[in-house]
Write a protein that binds this ligand. Sequence first.
Ligand code: FAD
Length: 397
Amino acid sequence: MADQHNEELLDRIKEFLRAEVYPLEPDFLRRPFRELTPKLNATREKVKSLGLWAPHLPKEHGGLGLTLSEFAHVSEELGRTPIGHYLFNCQAPDIGNMEILLAHGTTEQKEKYFMPLARGDVRSCFSMTEPEHPGSNPAWMSTTAVKEGADFVINGHKWFTSSAEGASFAIVMAITNPESPNPYKRASQIIVPIPTSGFQLVRNISVMGDEGSDYASHAEVRYENCRVPQSNLLGREGEGFAIAQERLGPGRIHHCMRWIGICERAFDLMCSYAARRELSPGVLLASKQTVQEWIAESRAEINAARLLVLKTAQAIDTKGAADVREDISLIKFFVAGILQKVIDRAIQVHGALGLTDATLLSYWYRHERAARIYDGPDEVHKMVVARSALKKYMRQD
Ligand SMILES: Cc1cc2nc3c(=O)[nH]c(=O)nc-3n(C[C@H](O)[C@H](O)[C@H](O)COP(=O)(O)OP(=O)(O)OC[C@H]3O[C@@H](n4cnc5c(N)ncnc54)[C@H](O)[C@@H]3O)c2cc1C
């Protein structure tokens, strides 16, 4: 299958980012997100009017109807700016929630939760990880949803429920079938409208110096006798884990291509600074071999990462995510690692300037360390890849 990309669409997006989005970045870095909302909403309207809205969604739902491979290229372009995905309504966690609501939602759930999200009228969150249990073993959790009359009553403690502040609903993972012999068939996904009595946003967790608010929050949440109708079950009972896995396959392509966009922007910053910073009269930073090595290695690693991710996206488009599990794990840790290296080299080239908020580098350095942890830590993905590679070498007897 050939690499799918629409040059004309990508050119239009690049031009829009250059003219309308990059100029918003200084404010984004310095001011709370909620203060920027009117400006960002106006820009979102422009994205809609240009027919660029929600590139990942089918056309009948107001999107561009792109395949995952086509969307991967768009995700890279949008990743070059921290607000790109939000302005085009394809930011995590909403994009994943849109995908699972579309695939598993009832007609009523699509009307009530999917459509407002697709229009960009509301935001949402995904509430799975618990402070008392390892997120790397998602089958082990304490949150329960017990049937009482026509309702589910949810009790549990979650954290890192990203974007919970200001969200109008959460999709919560909770144990509904504790008796199932298969631990991966015990949890279900349930939609909890916000506010609902018993849904308590305890705090936004301060992360890497960022106190967090609304869009950028990672919230601690308690569910205390939180009652929702049983009709809020998303998909079938006991299928929560399977649906989460389905969400994570494409989700990792979205993240990896966004990270490649960040790498490209950091690479631009690194090269342009090296090419103008004089170490002594007439001696440019770019003339130093160490800097040239960082540039050459970054170029090779970004190119290699892109090829790997696009190949995996094409495989998901043709075979489905379940058949390419190892490839998905491979790109997740590989690209997250390259992202750290490229941002770090770009900061080093800038010297003290790299630590200031004059460029996006320090923002990304703080915010993207998490890439090696969320959606599965490196070590878990490496284990999946190594186990698969070792299979044919292991003795069968
Ligand atoms: C910025 C950010 C946003 C997030 N957003 C969300 C969200 O919206 N919703 C949500 O539900 N969750 C979210 N999470 C949580 C995330 O999914 C978990 O942090 C992740 O799954 C890891 O779980 P944990 O933090 O409990 O680490 P643990 O599972 O406790 O693991 C700790 C460390 O142990 C090591 N480790 C784990 N397993 C193995 C193994 N098998 N072999 C070797 N070493 C191992 C790894 O180094 C790992 O980093 C987010 C996290 C971050 C950082």
